[in-house]
Design a protein around this ligand. Sequence first.
Ligand code: ATP
Length: 657
Amino acid sequence: MSRPLVRPLPADPAAFNATRFGNPDLTLRELFAAQPAHTLDPVSQLLDFPLVGLRIVPVSSVDPDTPLYLPPGVTLGSAASTSPDAPTQDSPEPAMVDGDGAEEPAIGHEHPETLSEREAVLIAHRFEINQVAAYLESGLSVLVQCEKLLVEHLARVMAVRSGKKYRKVEIAAAEPSGPPDPMRGGNRRSLLIEALQQAVTEAIDGQIVVVPHLDLLAGGSDATLTSEARDLTDLLYERSGCIILGFTDPSLTVPDVLAKRFAVRVSMDILPRAITTPASGKTGVKIGTTLVTREEVALFAGFDADRLYQNVAGMNAVRLRNGIRFAYHKHRETPDTTFETLLDELRLFKASTSADAFAVPDTTFDDIGGYAEVKAELQAAIEIVNGSDRIPEDERAHLVPRGFIFYGPPGTGKTLFAKAVAAAMGGNILVVSGPEITDKYVGESERKVRDIFAQARNNAPAVVVFDEFDAIAAQRTGRDDGGSRAGNAIVAQLLTELDGFRPATPVLIIGTTNRIDLIDKALLRPSRFREIGIGLPRLEARRQIAASHAKRSTYDDLSPALLDRLAEATDGMNGDEIGNIFRQARRDELLGSGERPDAYTFGTLVGKILATRQELDIQTARRTVRPADDERLPRRNPGRPDDPAAPRGTTGGPGRR
Ligand code: ATP
C-alpha cells in the first residue's frame, strides 16, 4: 500500500526540512511540535505515524482561498491568521459593495473536474444564500443558524448578493478552534459587543451589518444576556433602520429578546438532497454528483449518489469535502477501492472529528446471544430508519421511531444492543452517562443535551445512548427548587429534540435504565420512546450467550453437552456474568495453568460466581434492614421478584425460565 500523503506549509521551510531529514525516526506529531506547519489536508489520524511511513511534500505558498489545517496541538504564532478558523480580513471600511468571489459556481449534471471548499458551500447552499440575499435586499434582518465552519464562506456572499452596502463586525482576537463553547467566551464577548456597538452606531439606514458570531452575546447559560449585551440589544432595537445579518451555531441558543430583532430566521443544518437551478430541471442535480469530483468517483468503484446522501446529510459541505478528500488521498493508490471503502472512511472521519467520543460500533446482532423477540423488534425499526423499499418515502417520517428505552437488570446487554443497532444502521454511536450530564455540566446540562443532538445529526445515521437514563429523564416535578428546575429543563430539551426528528439525518436515542418507573411519562409516549424490557436470559438464551463467549475466548470446540450443562447451571445469571466465566477461564489458562479448561474448570468458575452472588445478597439484606436507607436513597436492586423495574409486558423481556 502506498504511503499517505502529507502536504505541509511550514512556518520555516529550511528548518522544517533540516529537522525532517535529520531525524527520520520522528513521528509526524514530533515533527510538527518542533517545526510548526499548516497542512493542506487533515492529518489528525496520521500524527503517530513515523516520518518514513509518510510521503511528505512541503508546499511553499498557496492560493489565499485554499483552506489550511492546523494539526491538533500545533501553534503557529502570527502565521495562525492563515488558518480557516482565524479571521483573515478586516471589515471593509468604509462600507462597500463588491462582487469578488460571490458569483455562483457552475452546477452541471456531471461530476466537476475540481472543487474548492468555498465552491462546495456556495453550491450546496445555493437556495438559502439567494433566499437570505433576497430578504436582505428587501430590508429584512436575517438570523442564520449554521455551523461555524460555514460562516466565513457565507457571510460576505449573502451580503454581496443582496446588492446593498455592508460592513462586517470583526473581533480583533483570533477565534479559538474547536467546538463552540460559550463558557470561554467572556473576553471575546466584550470585544464583539464593542465592535458591534460601533458598527451599529455608525451604520446608515439601509446598510447591512454582518455579525458572524451572534451567539457569543449570550451569557454562559441559555436564557441570559450579560448586562452589556442587554444594552446592545436595546441599541439594536433603537437602530431599527439598520439591517442585520447574524449567524448562530445550532448547538447554541440566542436569547429570545435578541432573536426577535430578526424578521426572518433561516436554518442551514442539513445538506439538501439535490440542487435545483434554472438549468437543472425540477429534480435538480444530486449532491453526490455536484459535490464529488470526477477523479474521486472514478476511484470509488460502484459510487452511488443516493446512498452517499443517506450517510452524509448531516455533514456540512466543508466537512463532507474534507472527508471525501481524506478518503481519496488515503486510498488513491489502493487497488480495488470500492464505494463501501468511501462510506467506511466517511464514518470513521465523522467519528474522529466530533467533539464528543462518537465511535464506529464493533458489535453486531450476531454477537448477542438469545433475545430473538428484542432483535426482531429492533431490526424492524432499523429497516424503517434505513429507508426500506417496503415503506413509501412519504410515510417514513411518520413511522420512524424516535428512540427506545431499554430497561431491565444490570449486565443483560442493553448497551450491547444499542451498539448492534448503530452497526445495523451503518452509523456511529455515542454513549453518554446520564449522571455525568447532570453532574459534570452543572447549570449547563440543557446546553449539553442540545450539543449532543447537534453532533449526532452531524454524524447521522447515529445512535446516542444515555446510560442510566433515569438520572436525566426522571419524572418532572411541580417544585420550583434549583434541582427540580434543572431536571425539568433537561426533560423539556429532550422532548424538543425528539420532536424535531428529521428523516434525512436519522438519529436514534436509546436510554438504558434499571428503573423504568422513574422515567418521565411524557417521554414514554409511544411516538417518542418505545419501552423494551431486556430481562435475565432464559435457558436457550444462556446457551447462546455461552456459545458466543466461548467462541470469543477461543473455546469454540466446547461440546454441545457441556454448553447445555453451562446453560442450566447459570440459571439467574446475566449475560455479563456468563461472559465472565469464559474470560476468567481464558485468563487462568494464559496466565496460570496453561491448560485448556475442561468441564470441571467451568463448573468451579460457575460455583465461584454463585458464591460471590450469595455473599452480595447477604450484604444487601444486612444493609436494607436500616429503614433510613430506604427513605433517603431509592434502592437500585433490580432483578428481585418484587422489583418495580423488572421487565414486564410482552415487549420481549424474557424472564427466568
Ligand atoms: P448496565 O445496566 O449495568 O449498564 P447493560 O445491560 O448495559 O448493563 P452491557 O454493558 O450491555 O449490559 O453488557 C455487559 C457485557 O455483558 C457485554 O459486554 C457482554 O460481554 C455481556 N453480555 C450481556 N448480555 C449478552 C448477550 N445477550 N450476549 C452476549 N453477551 C452479553
